[in-house]
Design a binder for this molecule. Structure first.
Ligand SMILES: Nc1ncnc2c1ncn2[C@@H]1O[C@H](COP(=O)(O)OP(=O)(O)OP(=O)(O)O)[C@@H](O)[C@H]1O
Ligand SMILES: [Mg+2]
Length: 235
């Protein structure tokens, strides 16, 4: 059984049907990406999975258990963590305190984990006593990912982690996702940067106005004419 199974998901905001009956899977150990134009419904899917938005119908099964309608707190405890659009770190808290907050579901000691995060992101170690709001956009994104990893998620979900970042920083972020995936964490990613996202994805789903219209391996989609035309800036 897949780690995450979504079946016939429908989500509406009042009269607007944002997700119109979507089904897909994320298997254990995979990095799966959702790509699609603005307003396609990508963030709505992420929010439904993490319990922020309540679906109208359909099922979401995580690690063998139905989670639709569960509280987001309970869903985090089950091992599903989301880095939302726009990062949302705690700007007035230190970097160290942000990482402590990420470990709030943990019961045992976690200082070793903080050291591992600092090894992965040395800039966070150097500045661990400073307020997180003083970090650059890319560094805040790294902190948001490190904070989510402190919960030891079975599934890490990221909504547009490269948004607004300079190309070199974007490369760092994608390099980091590759390392997290290689270390065994399953990832569901939403990205506008289709070329880089497909380059690191095992599989991807292409969305158009609330529906999945295309699926394949990252490599297959990188060579798909429709993807090239709409998401990779043509030939
Ligand atoms: N809180 C809300 N109230 C009403 N409509 C909403 C709300 N949130 C999203 N929508 C609408 O639902 C649709 C899907 O939005 P969603 O944010 O899921 O798209 P997206 O694929 O993440 O887009 P983007 O790439 O711009 O982030 C859009 O038409 C959007 O305007
Ligand atoms: Mg979005």
């Amino acid at each position: 059984m897949a780690l995450l199974e979504i079946r016939d998901l429908v989500v509406s905001y009042g009269a607007i049907k944002a997700v119109k009956g979507i089904s897909f899977d994320v298997d254990r150990g995979e990095l799966v990406t959702l790509i699609g134009a603005n307003g396609a419904g990508k963030s709505t899917i992420m929010k439904s999975v993490s319990g922020i938005v309540r679906p109208q119908s359909g099922t979401i099964t995580f690690d063998g258990k139905p989670i639709q309608g569960q509280s987001s707190h309970r869903i985090v405890q089950m091992g599903l963590c989301q880095v939302p659009e726009g990062r949302q770190i705690f700007p007035k808290m230190s970097i160290q305190e942000n990482l402590d907050m990420g470990a709030y579901t943990r019961t045992g000691a976690y200082s070793q984990d903080i050291e591992e995060m600092y090894d992965m992101f040395p800039v966070l170690r150097e500045r661990r006593r400073q307020m997180a709001g003083t970090l650059s956009g890319g560094e805040q994104q790294m902190l948001a990912v490190a904070r989510a990893m402190m919960a030891h998620p079975k599934l890490l979900m990221l909504d547009e982690p490269s948004l607004g970042l300079a190309p070199l920083i974007v490369q760092d972020i994608f390099g980091m996702l590759k390392r997290i995936r290689a270390a065994g964490t399953t990832i569901l990613l939403v990205e506008q940067n289709a070329r880089m996202a497909l380059g690191i994805s095992d599989r991807a789903y292409v969305m158009e106005t609330g529906r999945i219209v295309l699926t394949g391996t990252g490599n297959e989609l990188l060579h798909n004419d429709r993807v090239i035309e709409f998401f990779l800036g043509g030939k």
